[in-house]
Every structure is written in C-alpha cells, then in structure tokens.
Design a protein around this ligand. Structure first.
Ligand code: ADP
Length: 311
C-alpha cells in the first residue's frame, strides 16, 4: 500500500458569512468540518484512485478523535501515533468573496514524541511500497525530521515523495538522505533556489531543475497552476500543458497532484502516464468547491486533454 504521512493534521472548519462583522457577533448556520492537513488530502486522492492507502502521523485529544471519525466515514485506513496533546483546528471564514483564515499552530511536542513516532513509523514500513510526506512539522520537532523518515525508507528502498517547503525541504536537499521525488510549486522552488522562474520560458525551467541543490533528486515536478507542470526525470525534461478549466477552488490541487504521482509510482506507470495522471487529479480538484476532493467520473475526459512533450 501507499503510506501517507501528515505530521500536523487539523480539523478544518469553514464558516460561510454574508458579511464579517468585526468587533461584533457573527452567527453561522452552515458549519462544515473536515479532516484536514495536506497529507490527508493526498490520502483521499489515493483512495479515490482505488489504491490501498494508510494514513499516519500524529493526532491527539478530542480534535484527534474527530479526525479519526471523519476518516472512518470515508473508509480510510489509518494508524496514527496518539499523543496527550490536542490536535489543531484551522478556521476559514468565507465572506464577501474573501477567505479569512485563523490557523492554530498545533500542539507543542518534544523529543519523547519524536522518538515514539519514529518507532511507530518504523513499524509501518514493512507494509509500505510508496511513502508520501506532506506539509509542515509540529512545533518542537527538529527542522531536519523529514530526513530521518527518508533515511529509514531509503534503507528498505521505498520511494519517498516529499511535498514540503522552506527549511524542511531544504534540509532534505542538503542531506545525504534524499527523497525520490519532490513536487514544489513555482513559488516554493524559487524560494529554495533563490532564483526567479518564468513558467513560460523553457530555458528558465531547465535552469531551475538543474540547480545544484536538486542534483541527486530523481524526479522533480514543478507544478505551475493553470500552466500545468515542468518535470525532470533523471536527465530527461518534460513540459506538461493542460486545458483551460472552470476553476472553483484550487486549494489542495497540489496535494491530489502528489496523490496522482504516488499512484503512478505504485502502479509502475510510464512517465508520460504519470504526469498526465497527476495533472488530471490537480485539475479535477480545482474544479470542485471542496478542498482535496476529485470527481473521478470526469477523469478520462480531462486526462485525454493533457499534453506531455519531452524536450
Ligand atoms: P499547489 O496547490 O501545490 O500550489 P499548483 O497550484 O501548481 O500546486 O496546482 C497543482 C496542479 O493542479 C497544477 O499543476 C494543475 O494541474 C492543477 N491546477 C491548479 N490550479 C489550476 C488552475 N487555475 N487551472 C487549471 N489547473 C490547475
């Protein structure tokens, strides 16, 4: 199966309001609560694709219990390390065409939790053929923690797909324990390599994926929103273009794109199929209002319209 790691999951709460009244009472009738966190979007994307998946990470408290109940509802298998500390809530207030977010940073954990989780993770490795790691770390975890997860997976030759950013991504790039695949978006990669990327200029994209920091990464997929993606697989380059779609809510598109990549690697599909699958998943998510949801009934129609060109 595919093992997905979400180290700081949340209950995502959305409050739709006609108008946000500041310094006053706002009453909400249509509250939506879902199990959130980038890795849980990846998990759902894999589940929709019909591939066995196990979600892991750290949860705790009544918020953690709520996350488990939501995953039960979706028939998703999970095996979290349960702490004494309460998992976080993330609130999105949708008002007047705006989205105002209040994001809790989550529990503050310590070395004890680091070690217990590493043991928990080690015990799951024998079941995993592919691993995805997404998002940020809980407070109190060392910034290089993902390199420890990658090192353990690499020992068993289990490919790790990493979708993280900033220092957490950088730490893995400078470590000897490299992920098999990374999927930064344009902004995330620009930040890491300290270079502007022009999504419409192939030379600029080639230069970016050839940055010395990325030398030993087998697969680099730069996702480019409505411009599709650009990928390097070993020494081959691929430009991926996608059709114009009716975008409703693109949040979570990168996560289900990673789900598509993980499914393809699990299924041993050729690179062209992999890139088409990943882009199709991203587009299907962007067409829905619910974050991290895809309607697989539309899959074939959009898959046919993705173009992969090797350059
Ligand atoms: P992230 O969510 O990580 O920032 P992107 O915004 O690049 O990642 O989105 C990932 C993929 O989702 C894109 O490569 C594309 O396939 C699809 N996608 C996202 N936004 C759009 C959009 N506005 N129009 C069409 N497809 C989109």
């Amino acid at each position: 199966m595919i093992l997905t790691i979400t180290m700081n999951p949340s209950v995502d709460i959305s409050y739709p309001l006609n108008k946000l009244a500041i310094n006053d009472i706002n009453r909400v009738s249509e509250v939506k609560k879902t199990a959130g966190g980038k890795g849980l979007n990846v998990t759902r994307g894999i589940k929709y694709s019909g591939i066995p998946v196990l979600a892991s990470g750290i949860i705790g408290g009544t918020t953690g219990e709520y996350i488990q109940k939501q995953l039960d509802k979706d028939n998703i298998n999970y095996d979290f390390y349960i702490t004494q500390h309460e998992s976080r809530n993330c609130i999105a207030i949708l008002h007047e065409g705006n989205q105002t977010e209040i994001l809790e940073s989550g529990p503050v954990l310590d070395n004890y939790d680091v070690n217990v989780f590493l043991e928990h993770y080690q015990n799951l490795l024998s079941q995993a053929q592919v691993i995805t790691i997404s998002g940020s770390l809980p407070q109190g975890f060392p910034v290089g923690f993902y390199t420890q997860l990658i090192e353990k997976a690499n020992k068993y030759q289990i490919p790790v797909l990493l979708d993280s950013s900033g220092k957490m991504l950088l730490e893995t790039l400078v470590s000897k324990n490299k992920p098999f695949l990374i999927k930064p978006n344009k902004d995330e990669l620009q930040h890491i390599i300290q270079m502007d990327i022009d999504p419409n200029d192939v030379a600029s994209l080639v230069k970016a994926v050839n940055h010395p920091l990325l030398n030993d990464i087998a697969f680099i997929i730069i996702s480019l929103g409505k411009n599709g993606a650009f990928a390097r697989c070993h020494h081959n380059y691929y430009q991926v273009s996608i059709p114009k779609i009716n975008v409703v809510n693109p949040v979570g598109s990168g996560d289900v794109t990673l789900a598509g990549l993980a499914v393809s690697i699990y299924e041993n599909e050729p690179i062209e199929v992999m890139l088409k699958r990943a882009m199709t998943m991203g587009m299907l998510n962007a067409m829905e209002s619910q974050t991290g949801f895809v309607d697989m009934r539309n899959y074939n129609e959009y898959y046919q319209q993705v173009r992969v060109t090797q350059i």
